[in-house]
Design a protein around this ligand. Structure first.
Ligand SMILES: Nc1nc2c(c(=O)[nH]1)N=C([C@H](O)[C@H](O)COP(=O)(O)OP(=O)(O)OP(=O)(O)O)CN2
Ligand SMILES: [Zn+2]
Length: 138
């Protein structure tokens, strides 16, 4: 019987939407105000859901404190109060869209989950109150 466990963190970061493979004119046309050369900031919210069988002894899918520590290492330590495009190597070659950030978080968390019996199920990234992305893996 699979059970889902979700944990949430909030962080602040800045970024600029700019695709390295496109010209400055194309970037401005596609991303508009989000291509502002000096960037802009967001109060991001990240929710991570894991899924697995309930351990009949512990009553847990996995320990939520362990998930907190994985999210601290994979999300908070790399992204919080950072300039995403400049501080995170991954985004030197990819635009820091909410979609790409959700995939990045999934890839950062995946190695930690090898220690667990349950699986990474979903990463949700809220970029603004109105924009949310969900990624459920490759
Ligand atoms: N597919 C995507 N489209 C856009 C992304 C993205 O990550 N993926 N990002 C942006 C902007 O960076 C910004 O996050 C959203 O801009 P906008 O919708 O204008 O912001 P708000 O939700 O705050 O809306 P307001 O109208 O400003 O209140 C753009 N597109
Ligand atoms: Zn933005």
């Amino acid at each position: 019987m699979p059970v889902f466990l979700t944990r949430r963190v909030a962080l602040c970061a800045s970024h600029r939407l700019h695709a390295p493979g496109l010209s400055d004119e194309e970037n401005l046309k596609i991303y508009g105000k989000c291509n502002n050369p000096n960037g802009h900031g967001h109060n991001y919210v990240v929710k991570v859901t894991v899924c697995g069988d309930l351990d009949p002894i512990t009553g847990m899918v996995m320990n939520a404190v362990d998930l907190k520590n994985y999210m601290k290492n994979a999300v908070m330590d790399t992204m919080d109060h950072k300039c995403i495009d400049k501080d995170i190597e991954y985004f030197r070659t990819k635009p820091s869209t909410a979609e790409n950030i959700a995939v990045y978080i999934w890839e950062q968390l995946k190695p930690h989950m090898k220690k667990e019996k349950c699986s990474l199920y979903k990463v949700q990234l809220f970029e603004t109150e109105n924009v949310e992305v969900e990624y459920m893996g490759p």
